[in-house]
Design a protein around this ligand. Sequence first.
Ligand code: GRF
Length: 249
Amino acid sequence: MALVRISGKLVYRGVFVFQTLYRFYLAPVILISRWGKQLHLFTLLLYLLYFIMSALIHKIAIFASGAGSNAQKIIDHFHQHPQIQVGLIVCNKPGAGVIGIAEKHQIPVLLIEKEPFFRGDAYVSALQAHGISFVVLAGFLWKIPPALVAAYRGAMVNIHPALLPKYGGKGMYGSHVHEAVIANKETESGITIHYVNEFFDEGAPIFQASCAVLPSDTPETLAAKIHALEHQYFPIIIEKCLLKPTAIL
Ligand code: GRF
């Protein structure tokens, strides 16, 4: 398995390097060489290989509005992954921490606005122009418009900081969730990773993990436990969704 991953990466990188070399240095030489025809055929084959490899690469867009600690973990997990790359960060808040994270990793940022998101094409064409094949919501608070759900049905996941179907729906985000869990004297909470549909937190569940809620817990201590679970599981579940799309865990 490791060998397949490494050779996949090498072929992809190799073809990329060749393509760049060919474009800028080899093409003029090949044109005047007597082996020109054969070399062109060889180049064509390499291009074909390159396009096949490109088609096999999953490009993720992470939608986030906040600090972006989950985005950071996902970026770290897929850094140099042979088949999956984080290709875009989508954010609706100009000063959000996630933008700094994207810049540090040289990942393009798409700053979105309400009007085109809710009354335009929901940025579907912009995502397609970036070659995005999978969308991850990691602390993104706007409701996803039907056009975007339709474009990425089965290819868009969200993480929720509670054990859905409990403590989900409109208004249930961030500390509101943990406050409600503690107020109701729950003895356990956790995370839910689920596909996204037209309704808040109602898409098919993919994975849940739980943690104990102690009488001494505050919304802050519970949030820290939940964040630890998110960081541990979200990247690997995304990877499983992409590489084994039929695996519901
Ligand atoms: C996470 O707790 C996630 O469950 C919720 O938003 C939070 C985002 O945190 N959907 P961060 O910005 O990734 O730190």
